[in-house]
Design a protein around this ligand. Structure first.
Ligand SMILES: O=C(O)CCC(=O)C(=O)O
Length: 296
């Protein structure tokens, strides 16, 4: 079916493969991660634990005026008079991401135990949390995570966690299946660092163009509170455009072996974050120029 990205619509299937039946078999999970580049784990968290965090997040968003007046809190309906429909105010926002109920999900036993077994040792998670409160019209562009957080180990994984049910019209995450094996992209774009190289960060504005040039196909699914999807630093992804009236509340958080080096930008009480990329006066190289240099 055709689904909307940030600027274009393209064919997207809704058949992401589920892997929660393999939770007791770390070797099979690792093999599937190598093959597919992602693991969809339905019901990893207790639904109630996630909904408790959702309620507390929505209370804070409501206090900021982000929710439509006189609507049920848990529906999370965006206030059309609120000036900022994108997630800018929530990413790394400590008032939201340090709430115990939020941390009980993204740093809770189900996900930390999962990574301990999957990675074969104690896991750490970056202190910075990419919490997204994505209002109508918003969507994330097509990218691989490695260019934003690749200064430590590459044995690093992203986990996308919905804080509530996410239907297709609310703009779920969407993957280009097979893209973690696009060798020329891995060897070029995949070696870049947005702060050092001052590139755009995203790889393309056009999802169909990627499939035509490199192969792969786009796929997503609907999510319920409790589900997570874990994926490789090299799997190209985006989120679909939120065409609903709801705020799509999700977090993407990162996990690795505690004993391996971690990207210092995202660690500590006050993570430094992107100190150059998209900062004032930063001259970002246009995407077309970067792609030409990389020859991809
Ligand atoms: O949720 C989104 O809008 C994008 C998520 C993302 O890019 C990520 O998890 O790395």
């Amino acid at each position: 079916m055709k689904l909307p990205f940030l600027h274009h619509e393209t064919d997207v299937s809704t058949d992401l493969r589920e892997s929660h039946d393999m939770l007791d078999n770390p070797k099979a999970l690792r093999e599937r991660m190598t093959a597919d580049g992602y693991l969809l784990l339905r019901g990893l968290h207790e639904r109630e634990t996630v909904l408790t965090a959702r309620r507390q997040l929505l209370e804070k968003l409501s206090a900021k005026g982000m929710l439509a007046p006189n609507t049920p809190l848990m529906a999370g309906i965006f206030n059309p008079d609120y000036p900022e429909p994108t997630s800018t105010g929530s990413m790394g926002n400590k008032a939201l991401t340090r709430m115990p109920a939020f941390k009980a999900v993204v740093e809770g036993a189900p996900v930390m135990d999962f990574f301990r077994r999957f990675l074969g040792g104690d896991a750490l998670t970056f202190d910075f949390k990419w919490l997204r409160t994505a209002g109508p019209g918003s969507a994330s562009p097509i990218h691989c995570d490695i260019v934003f957080m690749g200064r430590g180990t590459q044995n690093l994984y992203s986990c996308w966690t919905p804080f509530g049910d996410v239907s297709l019209d609310m703009g779920p995450i969407v993957f280009c299946l097979g893209s973690h094996r696009f060798d020329n992209v891995r060897k070029t774009y995949g070696k870049a660092d947005v702060d050092a190289d001052l590139i755009e960060g995203h790889f393309s504005d056009n999802p169909s163009d990627i499939v035509e040039r490199f192969g792969g196909r786009w796929a997503t699914t609907t999510f319920e509170a409790g589900d997570v999807v874990i994926f490789s630093m090299f799997l190209m992804h985006a989120s679909l455009r939120n065409t609903s009236n709801n705020i799509r509340i999700t977090a993407d958080t990162r996990y690795q072996l505690a004993e391996e080096p971690a990207d210092e930008r995202w660690i500590g009480e006050n993570p430094k974050g992107h100190y150059a990329w998209k900062q004032q006066h930063a001259e970002i190289e246009p995407l077309a120029v970067s792609r030409q240099k990389w020859g991809v």
